[in-house]
Design a protein. Structure first.
Length: 249
């Protein structure tokens, strides 16, 4: 297990990790849509070919083709012909409005279940990391947190993802790392929508540093508890935001 995961490698792995749940076209499209919302796929970026994408997601080529067609219909992808052709990301429109529509489409039960699932994985990773981490690992983990600019939303969102991936890597469990990658691709744009607020970004930084201290103290129970509390807080913020959106309708 590598000591750390680079931002680029982690992001690409998260976006194009195999799809669970039958490999339906709508799941592939949602994965790519979330990656665009999160900023993991940028405007003008060329996507893999349909065949390559199908192999990475573990789906049929026709499924990848249908997913791309869905993204084209929503104005998120364009396909160009010719030698330099392919499918390219169009990062247009409001990211916030797209996330708001996704939140509105999910029930409170689904959002809470999302949090339960994610806390189970992230909490287990934090607990194991406390038992398996070296002094160099702790220093690197703290540097990961301190490198984030709390005044920049994009930096905070990416920093949150990197922190979770680093902790998962320190658990020395390949399965936990893969599941963390998959869940980030599926849930991160929603789960960390709260980071658009500066107070939430500062709170997130404080929570991360508390987890680092617990891991450094070899206190796995505390590392898990703090992780569960942090993610639980993000879910409660999301539920409150859903209520605010519903009142505006």
């Amino acid at each position: 297990m590598p000591q750390s995961i680079s931002a680029t490698t982690a992001a690409r792995a998260a976006v194009f990790a195999p799809i669970a749940g039958g490999g339906r076209a709508e799941l592939v499209a949602q994965r790519l849509r979330d990656a665009i919302d999160l900023g993991l796929l940028n405007g003008g970026e060329k996507l893999p070919s349909e065949a390559a994408m199908a192999r990475q997601f573990g789906v049929a080529t026709v499924t990848a083709r249908e997913a791309l067609e869905t993204l084209r219909e929503h104005g998120l992808v364009e396909t160009r012909r010719g030698r330099d052709g392919g499918s390219f990301v169009i990062a247009t429109g409001s990211r916030a409005s797209r996330i708001a529509r996704r939140v509105a489409s999910l029930s409170r039960v689904e959002l809470r279940d999302m949090g339960v699932h994610y806390t189970a994985i992230a909490g287990a990773a934090a607990e194991l990391a406390a038992d398996r981490t070296t002094d160099d690992d702790i220093r690197h983990l703290r540097e990961t947190v301190e490198a984030v600019d709390p005044d920049d939303e994009t930096s905070a969102r990416r920093g949150e993802g990197m922190f979770r991936l680093e902790v998962a890597a320190l658990s020395q469990s390949a399965r936990l790392v893969r599941e963390e990658l998959r869940l980030q691709a599926e849930f991160a744009p929603l789960l960390w929508w709260c980071l658009r607020d500066r107070d939430e970004r500062l709170s997130s930084r404080t929570a991360q540093l508390a987890v680092v201290r617990a891991i450094e103290s070899l206190d796995g129970d505390e590392a898990r508890r703090l992780t569960v509390a942090h993610i639980g807080g993000a879910i409660e913020w999301l539920l409150d935001e859903k209520s605010r959106l519903e009142k505006k309708e």
